[in-house]
Design a protein around this ligand. Structure first.
Ligand code: SF4
Length: 552
């Protein structure tokens, strides 16, 4: 690989320094780790630590960087002994391991620097670190580097909000990644989202005016990956890729040309708001640019609940029809659903299940509402005195909102919410129901313009051999015959959809057993509530809330 052709921009520094970047471990119990699917194709974790490799690109060229991802590899004593400084940070469900890392580094006298979204939202949790570098790192890293060079070994640095010019963000240090460890590689085009969903922390962290990279900059990132030899699935990690429609529409033809010239080395996925379905031109552009999957936040089938959470973009429409439009543009949809909102009138389980079935969404990430730190929701609940003590501390061992959700006093009885939740999980992840959705998806998914063969080196090619399909199906915990039947039916009716169908079956290796595991945990809570053994968490006293507006 011609690494020298890739220009990494770093700040200057007088001295050399060995920087150990450590990506903290997510709790093992999580909907999102798709561990069995990773194992099947020889990967160790789905996603890459894009934030840390972006920070790495911002460091002085005289500093040496070593990356250890605790989700894919061991952190050794020799790594720690090599380092002059450790840098870490991540999301809420990495908090427990991040705190362990602080202790580990402090015990060895190794200065540790914390940044990232959770530290920005809950800086008090990380007071034990030597340095806290908060907010968007490009806006503050130079101050930290100057302080380090001056010999300071403690400090708090806070970036001004939403002012970072992302067109100056350097190419992430993709060269630090061991590609074979991951299912896909992340890149980012934009930051911020124009919507106002009450539970969302993106708009608090990155603002409501999406800032986008330049076309050349984005292509340089993709070229860097291409030159490093990566082939396969690339995820645009943008929280809403279509947040600035004008900008993405201007970029996609450029991307289309780039990818065609290289004979489609990558297939893309992303996250987008459901109004994507309203724009046929944009859907066609994404299709031509080789996007094959999109995550959409649907949240609730209940219009009053959507209105109350300020998710107006999902209202006054048939959600199922919108999803089907995306299928007809050649992309399958995975979607987020949440239970536990104040406005739910009685049981929402049946309408939620019906919507998931009607829309034919195989992977529906159904979770319990979690009041994330630094959101409009959490400020409102704090004002109403409804937040649990420790609401912003990631519970040890719990890896997502499936098991850790409802960290506040609910309006509907907690017992009803939990009963609804276990019912939804139980029905939608029954093998028969899952296969039914796969078959209906296959009937709608138009992959006619997709390149038939995946490129050489794409980890997903391993799934396309008959031997591997047998292997996958033999690993299924239940319903093997049903999955075989579905696969043969899809092969007969829409062979071009089979790649997506096999991928979604591989994900079921994780989702099927994980949903059963969550149900068991929820059943325990239900039993405690039914028998009066549930110990209600303590509530924080009401606080005088900040105004319920967000920074635009
Ligand atoms: S659309 Fe998504 S990213 Fe945008 S505010 Fe809503 S939840 Fe957040």
């Amino acid at each position: 690989m011609e690494q020298q052709r890739i220009a990494f921009t770093g700040t200057s520094s007088a001295r050399a320094c060995n920087v150990l970047m450590i990506y903290p471990k997510f709790a093992t119990e999580s909907f999102w780790n798709f561990s069995e699917a990773c194992e099947l194709v020889g990967a160790r974790y789905p996603a890459t630590p894009l934030g840390l490799i972006t920070v790495a690109a911002l460091l002085p060229k005289s500093w040496n960087v070593r990356l250890v991802n605790r989700n894919t590899e061991e952190l050794t004593e020799s790594d720690l002994a090599w380092a002059d400084m450790a840098m870490t940070g991540g999301m809420l469900f990495q908090q427990a391991d991040t705190l362990r890392l602080i202790d580990m580094c402090r015990a060895r006298g190794l200065p540790i620097v914390i940044g990232g979204p959770d530290a920005t939202s809950s800086p008090h949790q990380y007071a034990g670190a030597n340095f806290r570098v908060l907010g968007e790192v490009e806006g503050i890293i130079h101050e930290f580097i100057a302080a380090w060079d001056e010999g300071k070994r403690e400090g708090l640095f806070v970036a001004p909000k939403f002012t970072v010019d992302v067109t100056k963000t350097p190419i992430p240090r993709f060269d630090l990644l061991k590609f074979e460890q991951y299912l896909y590689i992340g890149v980012q085009f934009s930051r911020g989202c124009p919507f106002t969903c009450e539970f969302c922390d993106i708009i608090e962290l990155y603002g409501r005016s999406p800032r986008t990279k330049t076309h050349d900059q984005m292509l340089a990132e993709l070229e860097a990956l291409y030159q490093l030899g990566y082939r396969g699935h690339v995820d645009f990690v943008d929280d809403n890729l279509i947040g600035n429609k004008k900008a993405i529409k201007a970029f996609l033809p450029v991307l289309e040309k780039w990818i065609e010239q290289r004979d489609f080395p990558f297939e893309f996925s992303t996250e987008a708001s459901l109004n994507l379905a309203d724009d046929a031109e944009l859907l066609a552009m994404l299709n031509r640019s080789n996007f094959f999957a999109v995550f959409v936040g649907i949240e609730s089938p209940d219009e009053d609940t959507l209105l109350a959470m300020r998710k107006k973009q999902n209202m006054r429409r048939s959600i199922a029809d919108s999803v089907h439009k995306i299928y007809r543009a050649g992309m399958f949809v995975t979607a987020g659903f949440i239970l536990g909102f104040d406005t739910e009138k009685g049981s929402v389980a049946r309408p939620m299940i019906d919507l998931i079935e009607e829309a034919a969404i195989p992977i529906a990430m159904v979770g319990l509402l979690y009041a994330l730190p630094n959101t409009q929701l959490t400020r409102r609940l704090a004002k109403e005195g409804r937040l649990h003590v420790g609401h912003d501390a990631s519970p040890e061992g719990k890896g997502d909102q499936c098991t850790a959700g409802v960290n506040y006093e609910t309006k509907r009885p907690r017992l009803e919410i939990l009963r609804d939740y276990r019912k939804v999980l139980d029905e939608i992840y029954d093998p028969d129901a899952y296969c039914g959705r796969l078959e209906r998806l296959s009937a709608m998914l138009d992959c006619s313009s997709r390149r038939k063969e995946l490129p050489e080196g794409d980890v997903r090619r391993r799934l396309s051999t008959i031997r591997m399909v047998h292997e996958m199906l033999s690993r299924l915990p239940e319903g093997r015959e049903r999955f075989w039947k579905t696969l043969t039916a899809c092969m007969a009716s829409n062979p071009q959809s089979v790649r997506a169908i096999v991928t979604l079956m591989a994900f079921y290796l994780h989702i099927g057993p994980y949903s059963r595991h969550v149900i068991k945990q929820i059943d325990r809570q239900i039993e405690e509530l039914e028998h009066g053994r549930f110990i209600a968490p303590q509530l924080l006293p009401p606080v005088t809330a900040e105004p319920l507006t967000i920074n635009a």
